[in-house]
Design a protein around this ligand. Structure first.
Ligand code: DQA
Length: 149
């Protein structure tokens, strides 16, 4: 049987992981995050498509492409989570389960990070668990896909 596809999307500045504010985001690079996801996907017997972009429009287009193609979306929208109604609208339009991930605990940080538009389209949100949050999100998404059966 074909393995379900989970698309893992990463927003702006996440290509700078490892260099960027390591006191907040840790020392893992985006390549390390991809490895965490690849290993989780193998364990869970799901396929993943892992991507990062700095562009809001590109992120919106990638979300749109998930419609009818992906069984689930795991997204770290980075700063666009706090600002982008376009991203929220795209996530509503694809009609597949969405889990939002943030490496840092956005609720312990500046007030402008406490609200995320993306959360309105997400069945769950994981934040503050570091890059391991991605593995937890993939586990949860695999469970949701299996339950939807
Ligand atoms: C982030 C949190 C956001 O507030 C921030 O803009 C990011 C990364 C996180 O993973 O902790 O770029 O999404």
């Amino acid at each position: 049987m074909k393995r379900p596809l989970i698309v893992v999307l990463n927003g702006p500045n996440l290509n700078m992981l490892g260099l960027r504010q390591p006191d907040i985001y840790g020392h893992a690079t985006l390549d390390d995050v991809e490895q965490v996801c690849i290993q989780a996907a193998e364990r869970l017997d799901v396929a993943i498509d892992f991507r990062q972009t700095n562009g809001e429009g590109e992120l919106v287009s990638w979300v749109q492409e998930c419609r009818g193609r992906a069984s689930g979306v795991v997204i770290n929208p980075a700063a666009y989570g706090h600002t982008s109604i376009a991203l929220l609208d795209a996530l509503h339009a694809i009609e597949c389960p969405v889990i939002e991930v943030h490496i840092s605990n956005i609720h312990r940080r500046e007030a402008f990070r406490h609200h995320s538009y993306v959360s309105q389209a997400a069945c769950g949100v994981i934040c503050g668990l570091g890059v391991r949050g991605y593995a937890h999100a993939l586990q949860a998404m695999a469970d949701i896909i299996e339950d939807e059966g």
